[in-house]
Structure formats: C-alpha cells, structure tokens
Write a protein that binds this ligand. Structure first.
Ligand code: AMP
Length: 422
C-alpha cells in the first residue's frame, strides 16, 4: 500500500513532466493569442453543483463521481469536469456584470471513477475553455478552431473533427417523441441502460456503445432532422465559418449531449492512433446551463481536451518534444576550500540567471565529470585547490570537448555571454 498509488492515478516524474510543461506552455500561449483569461477553480465542489450542472442522468453523475461527506457532514465531490465549476464561479463572482463575453481557460486534474485502461484514468488532466455571454456562431467556430490549432501546433496529424447540432429544447422535444416512436418496438432487445434512457432521456440511446443498441439505432431520427429554422441557421453558420477557416469536419448525428441545457453545437475530436479511447477532446454549446444553475439566461460554450490521450497520440505519431534541458553549468569541486568557493560561485551564477548545479556526495573529480555528463550540463567549471590559489578556473565545454583556463572573476560574465550566444 505505502509504495503503490491508487488505481487509475499516475505520477508525472522528471523526464516526463517536461512534456506536460511543454503542452501547458503551448496551451497558455494559444489562450493568450485567442484572448482567454485563466481561471483557477477548486478541486472539490458541493455535490449538487455537478448533479445540476452535469445532469442526474449522465454516466458521470450516476456512476463516476468521487463523492464523500466532509467532517461537517456536507456532501463534497472531487470535480469530474470543469464546466459546472466555471459556471458557478461566473455567477458567484458576478462576472456577468462585467463586459461580455467572458472568455476563460483552465487546466488541471479531474476525477472520475471509471474502469482504468489505456487512455482512461481515475485522475486525469484537462485543458478547457468556456465562453459565457455570446450566442454568435462565430464563437462556436472560434473555440473549435482554437482546439484544432492546439493539436496542430503540437504536430498531431490525421485527427477527425466530428460536428453536430442538438438544437434547442424545442427541437429536442420533437426529437424525443420521434425517438420514442422509433425505439418502442425494439426495446426488448436493448441494454438495460437504454431501456432506462428510453423514458428519461431517449437522446442518450444514440451514444450507447453497446453493439446491439448501436445496430438498432442505425436509421433512428437524428437531431439534425428536427432542427427548427433558427437552430438550422445557427448550425449552417458554424459550418460556413469552419469552411472559411479551412477546417475539415464530418457531421456526426450520433454526437449528442443529452441534457436540456446543451444546445446547438456539439463537437468531438478523434485520434485514430490510440485505440478504443479515441476522443482527445470535445465540447459544445450550453445556452441553458447558466440559467439552470440559478443565473440569468446566458449563452455559453466550451470544450475540454484530455492531456493523457493527447500525449499518448503524440508519442504514437512520433511528434517532437523540446529536447530535455540540463543545467547550464556544473561546478566540479576538489577539496574543502574549493567547496566554500563553489558555494559562493553557485550563488553568483544563479543570481545571474544561469541554471547551476554541483556535487554533494564527495565524488572524485572523474566521477563528477561523469555525473555532469549524465545531468546533460552544457559547461563544467573545475575548481580545485591549485586553481583556487591561482584565482583561475578551468571551463569545459561539454559538447565541444574543449577546455580552457579563465580568471575566476570573469567566469560569471563569460558564462552568461556564452549561454546567451549558443
Ligand atoms: P468529457 O469531459 O467527457 O467531454 O471529456 C473531454 C476529454 O477528456 C475527452 O475527450 C478525453 O480526452 C478526456 N477524458 C475524459 N475522461 C477521461 C478519463 N477517464 N481518462 C482520461 N481522459 C479522459
């Protein structure tokens, strides 16, 4: 137990964490360019927020939440997603009273009690955005374009963008009736979940993964068949914008978000390379959600991208990551007086903005050189008793294999210049 982490979690250790930092860097840069501001939200929230905000009939709320009573006997849930907390924060902080739309992004861990497998974990990480206060289909196109831009900056290829419109509550009332008529004669052959969904939320039958339910639902009426003129125009406008941006997509009528406050655009991005868990991101419009959470009627749209699956796809596709960085300089120290001098030098180097390291295990000079090589240090400074007495240091360029003696008091400036130049 003490040396085993809980199932479905992972450690992101040095050597891997640089990849995560790289993704974060690219995403933050993207958010700056698209003019999204960061919001940092709690890791846990009141359980009711997700029951209301994600929906009682969803798998997340029915089966997957980490819910517990805290010591004050309040029901708390580790966040399974970021939209409901962002909506709560928008309302609680009265962001609706400022200029609209409010464009936010977040990064961080999410928690779902899922069956762990490749690409599916219990603690996983998402990058997400939410736009509150604009119904314009150009916003739908912007968030989709932003997600696709992120993938392409990482070098991902061959992704498939699936697009659909689930209309407004009016369209869905029509669809609901049509679906019930369509599925009623087939109910006996369908899975228990779908038989439950038939009454509560027949739309969700369309995204059932069970083979026989999928077979039955081929030919079922779809959201697109039931769009009212306004919703059809909105959907067409989103597609026109995507065409202007030269973003290819497939219309996928099975892509549904079954809850009443999910409206209009729904989208998902698939990667072929990572097996069954192929969705590397998804999102959609939720013009009814903010009102359902107790706020003023406010349109909203957002997406969430799964980092573990993005990394998996990047590795499968052989995408490039920035090379690992070692220290700029390693101080190899021989003898006690040199160690005192090394402490002083290290501080000067670091204050000058260089990444500097030294030996702490009393290694021989030879072993220190080897260690510096393992650390991937660019330069090694050799500081021995003899050098100390002559007020010089030996500077070795590890890549070039050359070394030279330089006056100790010129070391910091000299190294800064070399590191800047290379
Ligand atoms: P969702 O919030 O369910 O729309 O998920 C958005 C994205 O998060 C998905 O496209 C996945 O990339 C990722 N994701 C969702 N659930 C998991 C999970 N259990 N493990 C890893 N990634 C996940």
């Amino acid at each position: 137990m003490l040396t085993t982490r809980p199932r479905g979690t992972s450690d992101i250790i040095p050597g891997q964490v640089e990849k995560w930092q790289y993704l974060e860097h690219v995403f933050r840069r993207l958010c700056r360019e698209y003019d999204y501001a960061e919001i940092r939200l709690p890791i846990f929230e009141h359980t009711e927020l997700f029951q209301r905000g994600v929906g009682e009939t969803t798998d997340i709320v029915e089966k997957e939440m980490y819910t517990f009573l805290d010591r004050g006997k309040r029901s708390i849930t580790l966040r399974p997603e970021g939209t409901a907390p962002a909506v709560r924060a928008y309302l609680e902080n009265r962001l609706y009273a400022g200029p609209q739309p409010v464009k936010l992004y977040y990064t961080g861990p999410m928690f779902r009690y899922d069956r762990p497998q490749a690409g599916r974990y219990r603690q996983f990480h998402q990058f997400g955005v939410e736009v509150f206060g604009a119904h314009d289909p150009a916003v739908d196109a912007e968030v989709i374009a932003m997600a696709m831009d992120f993938y392409s900056r990482l070098g991902l290829q061959g992704l498939e963008l699936h697009l659909n419109s689930v209309g407004c509550p009016g369209c869905r009332a029509v669809l609901r009736k049509k679906l019930q008529e369509f599925f009623r004669p087939h109910l006996d052959g369908m899975c228990a979940d779908c038989r439950g969904r038939f009454e509560r939320n027949p739309l969700r039958i369309l995204d059932c993964k069970v083979e026989r339910c999928r077979e039955v639902s081929t030919g079922a009426p779809t959201t697109v068949d039931c769009l009212c003129p306004d919703c059809a125009a909105h959907f067409q406008a989103v597609q026109d914008y995507l065409a202007v941006l030269a973003i290819p997509y497939v219309v996928d009528p099975r892509l549904v978000r079954g809850l009443d406050y999910y409206t209009h655009t729904a989208f998902e991005i698939m990667a072929a390379d990572i097996g069954a868990q192929s969705s590397i991101g998804g999102g959609g419009r939720y013009d009814g959600l903010i009102e359902a959470c107790g706020g003023p009627p406010t349109p909203g749209i957002g997406y969430a991208l799964g980092l573990e699956r993005i990394l998996l796809t990047m590795e499968r596709q052989g995408c490039a990551f920035p090379p690992p960085e070692g220290p700029d300089v390693f101080l190899a120290v021989a003898g006690e007086p040199a160690s005192l001098e090394a402490v002083r030098l290290l501080q000067q180097l670091r204050r000058a903005g260089l990444a500097a390291a030294r030996d702490y295990l009393g290694r021989s000079l030879k072993a220190q050189m080897k260690y510096a090589g393992k650390l991937n240090a660019r330069y090694v400074v050799i500081l021995g008793g003899d050098e100390l007495a002559r007020r010089v240091v030996t500077l070795k360029d590890m890549a070039a294999g050359t070394q030279e003696e330089i006056p100790a008091d010129r070391l910091v400036d000299g190294l800064c210049r070399r590191c800047r130049e290379s």
